[in-house]
Write a new protein. Structure first.
Length: 354
């Protein structure tokens, strides 16, 4: 990745699922230094011992604290902003905390990166920011607006601020597959919220690829979405159980949790109208108009009515066998069972479908 050669990369939330995957990926490149900013000293110590690479520097702090962010941004060339409160139920009970971290914290990161002269800032967002119905999604939507407002208000800035929006990332913190795996291994019933619920399926490695793409190709205010297939929650549960050797798991339907949607939306129809299809990705450019609307003549876009949102309901739907195949590729699954202990896809799928 020549564009990152010799650079200093700052990762906020660098000890979380996204951040730590990004760290491992960057250490395989020829970056000069990686600054990891996070508030969890135990996870930092664990990562320091586990990785033991002199290019890795740890900064203990919180994105809510502008001074700790400033220190981490010293010499920054690229910034990946992954720090966030991500748990939907928790944010429903403590929405003010979601605002402090996801909105004000993001503002601190973007402004500090600009003052440090960083070339690119990529902010991690979520499908829950689209038509948000929960506090986490609302705070992430405001995070996106904060990033786009910087681009709109600072057109001459050297720092390019962009957003990457994801659906469900398999085996990330708080995702459902690790829970299903644990329940299946212990022989317990699988806790399924709503069997018909659909979720996009993307690996952490694929999420990192999208960040690299944004680092090197984004224009100010761009929004990037990676195309992804989806499965129902019931299919995901049965696939995880089948891989663990439980061919006919008991499902315990517990109902939707606070703030959950039936289907995920990654792009609205309004965004799709202006989006560029880049093969694996959609790129949505910034609406860079000023507040002087009288300078513009806008007739509207009739094509909007003919388009649908891009959702987990209308994307490619994976079968049980395909979902098993996808989950089996996850490093965590391979590490859990051992490469040689994994049953073949044909065997697992045949037994699960019996």
């Amino acid at each position: 990745m020549t564009g990152l050669s010799g650079s200093t990369v700052v990762i906020t939330g660098g000890t979380g699922s996204f951040g730590s995957t990004m760290v491992k990926d960057l250490l395989g490149k020829d970056v000069a230094t990686i600054h990891v900013l996070s508030r969890d000293e135990a996870k930092q110590d664990d990562m320091r011992r586990r990785i033991d690479d002199p290019r890795l520097r740890f900064f203990l702090g919180d994105v809510r604290d502008s001074q700790s962010v400033e220190r981490a941004m010293t010499g920054a060339d690229f910034v990946f902003h992954a720090a966030a409160l991500k748990q939907v139920p928790s944010c429903e009970f403590f929405p003010e905390q979601a605002v402090k971290t996801n909105v004000q914290g993001s503002y601190n990161v973007i402004e500090a990166a600009a003052r440090a002269g960083a070339r690119s800032v990529v902010c991690l967002s979520t499908d829950k920011a689209v038509y948000p119905v929960n506090a986490m999604g609302m705070s992430k939507a405001l995070m996106e607006k904060t990033a786009q407002a910087f681009a709109r208000n600072n057109p001459k800035s050297r720092t390019v601020v962009s957003v990457t929006r994801y659906g469900n990332v398999m085996y990330s913190r708080g995702s459902v597959i690790p829970l299903f795996v644990q329940q299946a291994r212990e022989g317990r019933a699988l806790s399924v919220t709503e069997p018909r619920m659909t979720r996009f399926l993307m690996s952490l490695d694929q999420s990192v690829d999208l960040v690299h793409h944004a680092f090197l190709h984004a224009e100010p205010g761009d929004l990037f979405v990676r195309k992804a297939p989806a499965s129902t929650v019931e299919t995901i549960a049965r696939a995880a159980a089948a891989i663990m050797g439980n061919d006919h798991p008991e499902l315990q339907i517990i109902g939707t949790r606070h703030g959950e949607k039936l289907h995920e939306t990654l792009l609205t129809r309004e965004e799709i109208v202006g989006a560029y299809d880049q093969g694996e990705y959609f790129r949505v450019p910034l609406d860079a108009r000023s507040l002087n609307y009288e300078l513009y003549f806008d007739q509207g876009e009739r094509a909007t009515a003919r388009l649908d949102d891009y959702t987990s309901e209308n994307t490619e739907r994976l079968s049980l066998a395909q979902t098993i195949d996808l989950i089996r590729t996850l490093p965590e699954i391979r590490a859990l069972l051992g490469t040689h202990a994994l049953p073949t896809l044909r065997t697992v799928a045949a037994k699960a479908l019996a």
